[in-house]
Ligand binder design. Sequence first.
Ligand code: AMP
Ligand code: MG
Length: 359
Amino acid sequence: MRKDRDGQPAFDTEVINAIRQEEAGTIQGAKLIQAGELVAFPTETVYGLGADGLNGEAVAKIFAAKGRPADNPLILHIAKKSDVRRLWSRIPKQASILMDTFWPGPLTLVAPKSDLIPDEVTAGLDTVAVRLPQNKTARALIAKAGVPIAAPSANRSGRPSPTTAQHVLDDLGGRIPLILDGGSCHYGVESTVLSLVSEPTILRPGAITREMLSALIGEVRVSASILSPMKEDEIAASPGMKYQHYAPLAEVVVVLGAPQQAAKRINALYRAAEAEERSVEIAATEQTKQFYRGMRHIVLGDRNAPETLCANLFSALREMDSRAELILAEGIAAEDEGLAYMNRLLRAAGFVVIDASKE
Ligand code: AMP
Ligand code: MG
């Protein structure tokens, strides 16, 4: 086996267009999964980096390829609802209605694990996270592989998650044998992670919102780590949250406040950065683009439809990162899909926030 400079196995990464060649691509992908190798594949949230979820050695390759800390557990992806039965030791009481309503889709459920699950998947926890994705290619790949596929996002650890095959190639090219290219991901942020181990608790917000969940099962808690840096005692509940995440190389600053106020402050910060000869770019919205004429900016979407901001956030961060040393981004209300947006944005910014509504 060839090795690259870090001692990682080296591959000539193949990219197969899974829209035109879904059958051929998923057959080849399934063979690799069964052989204990890694395959990157599209889902409706972000691209995943998959391995046979029942093979600890194969799962360990995911951590090596991404540079992921070993104590950050993975999600098992299944092809049909009934597959969950052998992965959990018991089905929590709220699980059935949630699975019937939101699966297939961007909701991951955490429950006590069965003896089938290797420790590499759960990072030694006694619970396991499971999701049934909507994406056709993802489902075909899992069904053909005939095993649950363990997969985190297919980025180098710490980087913004990949929403196109090109993002995966940029991060993992040469480190994995195959990428299935399914075009741009629909939601653009990772799944909602809901723990059903005791009181239902959102560990990571996503397109299935707290509001949607509690309409169905009553009170749903939100982990304190979602909008603030992780505290020591929360590590066991939500291991992924303690690491730096989604971070471009550029400095990212979040500016809170009503649209016009935020835009005014961003203008001032932009001018100050230019005066220091720093390259700077703005993550703007439909409501504010008029205030940024003549300034470098990307319009992510509509502040009143935060799912549009979610869909473009990671690709915009990657694009701006290639040009700018400083990224100025508008914050929005952390409710509905805005909670997922602010969770990712605040982490990308390392929690550097300016509140334009003050003074
Ligand atoms: P990824 O989508 O790339 O970051 O990885 C999966 C996410 O699910 C991470 O944030 C993990 O911390 C979370 N996760 C996976 N398994 C569990 C589990 N058993 N308990 C709590 N969180 C989990
Ligand atoms: Mg990730």
